[in-house]
Design a protein around this ligand. Structure first.
Ligand code: 13P
Ligand code: SF4
Length: 367
């Protein structure tokens, strides 16, 4: 029997948001328990409200490995849907409603560049497999997770990076941390590693732009990657807030710069930020350094308790790639699923998935 052709997206592009909303609800009703919608905290409100399960990257990867649904529709970014594919059962299907929803930080490290780094390390220090644990932030492509799996390494998220570094140093003396230098630096510093013992590896320069001495001395090599959304937050924003509200509290995501993290009262993952502000005393005022959709939603949710939540930057800082998942794309993929057509499936090749799963399972066991 031949399958009907997939419904094309251009028929959904022109839908008004309310029309898309109605079609999402209709398609969901037809699909029932066959589909689960996982949503990251940065998602826009008109998509967030359709989530069955929400969370930070660690929570979402755990949830992806536990769900029984046939279709896991991931309203997040590409690497999150890859993790869902890797951790779910083979018969489950992971779907990203818009394939253009990537993570610009994840794109700052590629397998070719990490392999080149590994070769250059070998020239300087001998077999890197004996000296370095490779640690990849979950914001990275599946082939980098596979690289870590293959080389005795591990994955971390913003909520377990410190524990994962502990694990990593129990395996070997040094760590190569990619792609987010800020998360690596903050987590290393929290373990009392001096800043001088953490060197930045620039993947566009030979030997990372470091001398052999610098490489030998470094306890952690920090890949020169960053999240452009979180680099918008500045220590001057915190200073202004503290001058204005001496009793105010500051909470930031560890993808922020070292100085922003250092000047914050609390640093943690998106889930940690939400949990902390929700658990805080009524009447408290918070300055929050993370993506705007999360902060605006949190501000609304705690308003009734008299808590005030302010966004850290004076400019709009949204994760523009995450925002590509809109109600139109969600309606389109759900209607296709309800019609028996799988669109935008994220499938990690088997050989990669096996090794990436190894690195992810090490993380789940260690965190
Ligand atoms: P969390 O794991 O804290 O949700 O962070 C994911 C992310 O991409 C932050 O920019
Ligand atoms: Fe990637 Fe930054 Fe968006 Fe997080 S906020 S998904 S790190 S681009």
């Amino acid at each position: 029997m031949t399958q009907a052709a997939a419904i094309q997206f251009d028929r959904f592009n022109a839908l008004a948001d309310e029309q898309a909303e109605a079609r999402i609800l209709e398609a969901r009703a037809r699909l029932g328990k066959r589909v689960v919608i996982l949503v990251h905290h940065y998602q826009r409100a008109d998509v967030y409200r359709h989530g069955d399960l929400t969370g930070d990257s660690l929570k979402l990867s755990r949830l992806a490995s536990q769900t029984d649904a046939e279709f896991i529709v991931f309203c997040g970014v590409h690497f999150m849907a890859e993790v869902a594919d890797i951790l779910s059962r083979p018969e489950q299907v992971s779907i990203l409603p818009d394939l253009a929803a990537g993570c610009s930080m994840a794109d700052m490290a590629s397998l070719a560049k990490v392999e080149r780094c590994w070769r250059e390390l070998e020239e300087v220090v001998g077999d890197p497999d004996r000296l370095f644990t490779p640690v990849t932030y979950i914001n990275s492509a599946a082939d980098l997770k596979a690289f870590c799996g293959e080389h005795g390494g591990i994955v971390c998220t913003s909520s377990n990076a410190r524990k994962i570094l502990d694990w990593s140093f129990r395996q070997r003396e040094k760590v190569l941390f990619f792609p987010d230098q800020h998360l690596g630096r903050w987590s290393g510093w929290k373990m009392d590693i001096p800043l001088e013992d953490m060197a930045v590896w620039d993947p566009d320069l030979e030997y990372g732009g470091l001398t052999p001495e610098q490489i030998r001395r470094a306890k952690i090599l920090l890949w020169k990657g960053w999240c452009s959304v979180h680099q918008m937050f500045q220590p001057s924003h915190i200073l202004r807030f503290r001058n204005q509200y001496p009793d105010g509290l500051v909470i930031s995501h560890p993808e922020c710069s070292f100085e922003v993290c250092r000047q914050s009262d609390e640093v943690g993952s998106t889930e940690h930020i939400i949990r902390t502000v929700k658990a805080a005393a009524p009447g408290t005022r918070w300055l929050v350094g993370t993506e705007l959709n999360l902060v605006s939603r949190l501000a609304e949710e705690v308003k009734a308790e008299g808590k005030i939540v302010q966004f850290m930057a004076p400019t709009v800082c949204m994760c523009s790639t995450m925002a590509r998942i809109d109600p139109q794309h969600l309606a389109w993929c759900l209607e296709n699923l309800a019609a028996g057509q799988t669109v935008n499936r994220i499938g990690v090749p088997q050989h990669e998935a096996v090794l990436a799963k190894l690195a992810l399972e090490r993380m789940l066991a260690a965190s």
